[in-house]
Design a protein around this ligand. Structure first.
Ligand code: PGA
Length: 252
């Protein structure tokens, strides 16, 4: 058994934040020092803020990520941003296949895989999101759905260095609801199994993070589950105190 991978606590700011938000970022950075000895810490702001945040975070322990990318490196794709552009702006990772992209922009597993490949091509870590809807959970299809999404979204050449898998049950995002410890543990065990089957030894050290209503109040329980190697945090990552409160689980 390989030793547990270094945890990743990543904040997904979604479509929130203006230039003035660099103040909140500074508060996050000032709390990162000690914590970063135990975990990687990352904020994924909207695209407009990546360059400014990356400049502000240079020399600190905080990494800056993006929330989506196009699969192509450049071209006639009005309004889109490539992985190379994100890397150029200072990002070190990019979230792909978030459920809001899968649902609101009809992204398929094949597109998510192409984006994850683009991330690797540009030297970014791909944070690949998967997760079942409420209807799929109620129909007892959680493991089948998550397994299918993962197999369909896994890019070639993935390894613990360039891939993070985020399990985010769609019904838990922004709702205050979370799955039981047992449910999370079953899904993460399945993801680990699939990663090991597809990636071999490196599948054992690929981080599998949990997302969906993670808060300081439930972080100890959720992050303590076997095969949970960190968190992807939406709403609670917008406030430095909450983000650091969650990451603080690893400093305790
Ligand atoms: P939430 O969002 O923490 O606000 O539930 C998580 C996510 O969508 O990544």
């Amino acid at each position: 058994m390989a030793s547990a991978p270094r945890p990743l606590v990543a904040g997904n700011w979604k479509m929130n934040g203006l230039k003035g938000s660099v103040g909140e970022l500074s508060k996050i950075m000032s709390g990162c020092g000690e914590l970063s000895r135990k975990a990687d810490l990352m904020i994924c702001p909207p695209t407009t803020l990546i360059a400014a945040f990356a400049d502000a975070a240079r020399g600190s322990q905080l990494q800056i990520g993006a929330q989506d990318c196009h699969a192509e490196p450049s071209g006639a794709f009005t309004g889109d941003v490539s992985a190379e552009m994100l890397a150029d702006a200072g990002a070190s990772a990019v979230i792909v296949g978030h459920s809001e992209r899968r649902t609101l922009h009809n992204e398929t597993d094949a597109q998510v895989r192409a984006k994850a490949l683009a991330a690797r091509r540009a030297g970014l870590i791909a944070i690949v999101c998967i997760g079942e809807t409420r209807a799929e959970r109620e129909a007892g299809q959680t493991l089948a759905v998550v397994g299918r999404q993962l197999e369909g979204s896994l890019p070639e050449g993935a390894s613990g260095d360039n891939l993070v898998v985020a399990y985010e049950p769609v019904w838990a995002i922004g709702t205050g609801l979370t799955p039981t410890v047992d449910d999370v543990s079953k899904v993460h065990a399945l993801i680990r199994q699939i990663l090991v089957r597809n990636l071999g030894l490196t599948g054992d050290v690929t981080r599998i993070i949990y997302g969906g209503s993670v808060k300081p109040a439930n972080a100890t329980e959720l992050l303590g589950i076997a095969n949970v190697n960190g968190a992807l945090i939406g709403g609670a990552s917008l406030k430095a105190a909450d983000f650091l409160g969650i990451a603080g689980v690893y400093g305790a």
